[in-house]
Ligand binder design. Sequence first.
Ligand code: ATP
Ligand code: MG
Length: 392
Amino acid sequence: MFQSFLIKYAEIGIKGKNRYLFEDALLSHIHHALKRLDGQFTVTKESGRIYAHAGAPFDYDEVTEALTCVFGVAAVCPLKRVEDLGFEALKKQVVEYIEETYPDKSFTFKVNTRRVNKQYPGSSEQINRDLGEVILETFPQTKVDVHQPDVLLNVEIRPKGVNLYSRVIPGPGGMPVGTNGRAMLLLSGGIDSPVAGYMIAKRGVKIEAVYFHAPPYTSERAKQKVVDLAREVSRYSGPIKLHVVNFTDIQLAIYDKCPHEELTIIMRRYMMRIAEELAKKDNCQGLITGESIGQVASQTVHSLAVTNEVCALPVFRPVIGFDKQDIVDIALKIGTYETSIEPYEDCCTIFVAKHPVTKPVLEKIRKSERNLEEQIDGMLKEAVETAEVVWC
Ligand code: ATP
Ligand code: MG
């Protein structure tokens, strides 16, 4: 019964003269999200609102699901559009709408009329009262509640017809992807980094990703898991260019030449260096990680400071102050959790020391890295040059 959707946006409404850029980006993401589905939707902007109109039958759940993944969408309201055949006809149309939309009629309601067509007879107040009366008469189980109605029935009288809507499906909020620069996500197979990528993309940032794998110590299956995670994040962020970096030689060299309690921290520093190199090549303005203070030895404040030291680009760590459970809750909400807990080995866990340093001293770490001096430049260059690109 719904042929159209009214798509409401919040934050982008306040962006002054940039508003058009934001609206156009949102329009194009909505168009993109619906293009893959049936329904032959046309997406239009009309007096500060976005509508998607179907030209063919579609799957309601599939469409609402797709729309509620688009960042910048505050709410999705399924619409019934009826012809303007006069007020008596409108009463019937409203009754029909209620009949079809709410099988259970024991609810409180309020009618909210907007006369965009100022020629339409009667005041909005009067129309609210008259339509309310008809609903009460037809469905005696209903009640009016003007303060906190269960159902707020919106009646929008437009020049070319009347829009009826009352369902409001919350969207993800945030800003349209691509309106806020580009950043490189360090994506592992864990729970945290997909959530971090989601959170930064939600602020309008276009994301790419880099995964460090260490064959044969890490399997093809572990890599596939990261590809799967990138695909899951891409439902929200749009297509992700995933760089798969072969990290084996560097890890073996570190293992060979550096104190074992410093393995993780040194490895993390090289990951950041390579990520930054790839980021700069692709015009990214920042890096993103899933680090959270104190979660593991390499994420104490001391360790984070030492890891951060190698980067010139800003590093965005959106889950830095979150407890694990907070991160898990988001992973569950966005649908990455199930994949993240698949039991495939990670390169960090294979080369991990029994007692990693928790308070690394920068000077000491630098000194250990000097053991790699002769070989490391060539290895870094090769890692960057041989990175494989997988579009997710
Ligand atoms: P996650 O759940 O995201 O894997 P974690 O709690 O396992 O995080 P670490 O393994 O210490 O934490 O990694 C910290 C961050 O470093 C990750 O969130 C991710 O951004 C990055 N990272 C770690 N391992 C890799 C990897 N193999 N490839 C790409 N990035 C990685
Ligand atoms: Mg991890």
